[in-house]
Ligand binder design. Structure first.
Ligand code: C2E
Ligand code: MG
Ligand code: MG
Length: 628
């Protein structure tokens, strides 16, 4: 045990911060009481007890001085010692067991319990017991006969004084106790409040206040056990916002946060009270639906969620659209527990994204197979570049006016040694997701520039090679350097290539991209917007970015002869391109009828199976020479 010292803060001092003040009050009360008890004694010429009381008062006065110097423990011990000795002497020489001074003993014990330590308290208790036994024995065994005195006024005054001091002291203690109880109660309230806050934080998302994944898991367990008991279904819906990054980047994080809160409120409004909408982090939400009659019941709610999200959100005076893609996994059909359903709902959500976003997909086992296949493809793609498995094929592009070849689009081909030809639609999204597209795209740039130079030297002049560039390449620093490097390596003038960008890129990377494009434009490069009409088709960015042409997505062009809506869209895009002084390029021209319609609309350029698919470089050269 650590030794207690007067200089170190005593344990008792820490226990009762108000101890100094209380001890001061008690010492003064004892001093006054000693004076009050001494007066009648002196008046009745009881000199010996008066002298004892005076000596005790002297020690108490010294204790007061010690207390003033901050020696709390010394002061309290001095007082206890003085009082105990004084009372013992008074009782021993006085009336023994009938002495009124005995009344002070309980007071001393109470005082010791408050200001002393355990050892002192029990020591005093033992002393008191021994002392009383000794006094009692001395009476009963007749060692001494106590003074028999009739009750006198000084006896009465002594009793009153002792009781007054004890009453005062007990009152002080009860004040302390009540104060401590009140403090304890308020601390208790604070602790309970903090516990409730901790509980909320542990189970809720700090931004939206929605349940977090931990609570969602818990709610799912309840919904699942209900489904098992009642033979119904439960579902986990994984929702990812489609263009949240755009909002965050262009309007700032505060607007992004506000949008997430609005989305959260809207989602909660779409589900029943027993269902759970939770936020997973970022722009991902998880919805747990319980008590569903069948899997289709989940699709009704999914439709509602998607429709609600599609309505614009008001951010200040701006209207923002935050569509979402949803994946659904149903319990118990698609997995036995929360984790497997979450994984499957996530896969289904990716499928929804790949099917054009702003839609939902149910999980099916083929998706699982897809994931394994994806993993194989990704690992094969890592070595494909080094093994020379990638080739570029070129699809001729024509001026529709005179059907003259004006250029070619470089299209990537991958021939895997065992899997054979793998179409770009299968491997390019994966390459983008894994970042492999950066190296692959850089190779495409170099190879296309090298080929363009070779054809130039072979006599194909007035000819532009279009190169597809992924948004992922633009998001990495270094794309500008890569482009200029590829041109320099091939010694090709920048006017001989055109870079095909996607609409999503232009929307998401606004300011930085606009400066980059201006710099590259200044060098002499051209840009076109690929697959126009399938993305956001926001006219604002067309004005902001200096592009050369719009490539109307092949899906509209291929269907335009059968579908009046598609024809209308193609016509509108051609007119819009012209009014913005841009070239209109149609891709996917498969027959003469479509070609005739496009010529009649005034479309400038085109490519498609009507003339030729993408060809290997030497075949392309033959094709081009044959048409010259
Ligand atoms: P895209 O840039 O829109 O390329 C046009 C796609 O339409 C090509 O598909 C082409 O073969 C196909 N096509 C052309 N004419 C017709 C037609 O008359 N009918 C039909 N049904 N299809 C036609 P491909 O080669 O499978 O490429 C698909 C997509 O993969 C490309 O679409 C492009 O987005 C991407 N891609 C291809 N090569 C590259 C590349 O080097 N880099 C990047 N980042 N993406 C590439
Ligand atoms: Mg293209
Ligand atoms: Mg295209």
């Amino acid at each position: 045990m650590k030794p207690e010292s007067d200089t170190a803060p005593a344990f008792e001092d820490l226990r009762y911060p108000f101890q100094t003040e209380r001890l001061n009050q008690v010492l003064w009360a004892v001093l006054i009481a000693l004076g009050a008890a001494a007066v009648p004694l002196m008046a009745t010429h009881n000199w010996f007890p008066s002298a004892i009381l005076a000596a005790t008062a002297g020690v108490v006065a010294l204790a007061l001085m010690a207390l003033r110097r901050g020696r709390v423990r010394l002061a309290s011990w001095m007082m206890l010692f003085a009082l105990t000795v004084a009372i013992s002497i008074l009782v021993a020489v006085g009336k023994g067991l009938q002495d009124e001074a005995l009344l002070a003993l309980p007071g001393i014990l109470i005082f010791a319990s408050m200001f002393g330590n355990r050892r002192l308290y029990f020591g005093l208790l033992a002393y008191t017991a021994c002392f009383l036994t000794l006094i009692g024995l001395s009476h009963f065994l007749g060692w001494r006969s106590p003074q028999q005195m009739p009750p006198r006024p000084d006896t009465f005054i002594t009793i009153i004084v002792i009781l007054a001091v004890i009453a005062y002291y007990v009152w002080l203690i009860s004040c302390n106790l009540q104060e401590a109880m009140a403090r304890l109660a308020s601390e208790n309230r604070l602790v309970r409040k903090s516990l409730a806050q901790i509980e909320t934080l542990a189970h809720h998302d700090a931004l939206t206040g929605l349940p977090n994944r931990v609570l969602a898991r818990d709610r799912f367990e309840q919904a699942a056990s209900h489904a098992l008991r009642s033979g119904s279904r439960a579902a986990v819906l994984f929702l990812d916002l489609d263009n949240f990054k755009t909002v965050n980047d262009s309007l700032g994080h505060a607007a992004g946060d506000a949008l997430l809160c609005d989305v959260a409120a809207r989602l909660v409004g779409c589900v029943r009270a027993n269902d759970t909408v939770s936020r997973q982090g970022g722009d991902e939400f998880l919805i747990v639906l319980g008590d569903l009659a069948n899997a289709e019941a989940a699709s009704a709610i999914a439709v509602k969620l998607i429709e609600q999200l599609a309505k614009p959100f008001l951010m200040g005076d701006l209207e923002v659209v935050a569509t979402g893609s949803l994946g659904i996994a149903v319990f118990p059909d698609n997995g036995p527990d929360f984790d497997s359903l979450l994984k499957h709902a996530d896969m289904a959500m990716y499928q929804a994204k790949e099917s054009g976003r702003h839609t939902f997909r149910f999980f099916d086992n083929a998706m699982n197979a897809n994931v394994t296949e994806h993993l194989h493809l990704v690992s094969a793609m890592r070595t494909a570049l080094a093994n020379g498995e990638f080739k570029l094929h070129y699809q001729p592009q024509f001026s529709l006016k005179d059907e003259r070849i004006v250029g070619a689009e470089a299209l990537l081909r991958w021939r895997h040694p065992t899997l054979g030809n793998i179409p770009p639609s299968r491997f390019i999204p994966l390459a983008e997701r894994t970042g492999l597209i950066v190296d692959i795209g850089n190779w495409v740039l170099h190879e296309a520039c090298r080929q363009a130079k070779a054809w130039q030297q072979a006599g194909l002049t007035d000819f532009v090679v279009a190169i597809n560039v992924s948004p992922v390449q633009f998001r990495r620093d270094g794309i500008e350097r890569d482009i200029l490097h590829a041109l320099a390596a091939a010694d090709l003038p920048p006017q001989c290539i055109e870079l095909e960008l996607t609409e999503s890129l232009l929307l998401a990377e606004a300011t930085k991209l606009s400066e980059l494009l201006s710099r590259l434009r200044a060098v002499g490069l051209r840009f076109s917007i690929d697959d126009f009409g399938t993305g956001y088709s926001n006219l604002g960015y067309l004005k902001r970015f200096d592009v050369e042409s719009l490539k109307i997505d092949q899906s509209f062009v291929r269907r335009m002869t059968q579908n009046a809506d598609d024809e209308g869209i193609v016509r509108a895009i051609v007119q819009m391109a012209h009014s913005l002084k841009l070239f209109a390029v149609a891709e996917g021209i498969e027959d003469a009828q479509a070609l005739a319609r496009l010529i009649e609309m005034g479309c400038d350029h085109g490519q498609g199976f009507h003339w030729s698919p993408a060809l290997a470089p030497d075949e392309f050269l033959k094709f081009a020479r044959a048409r010259a």
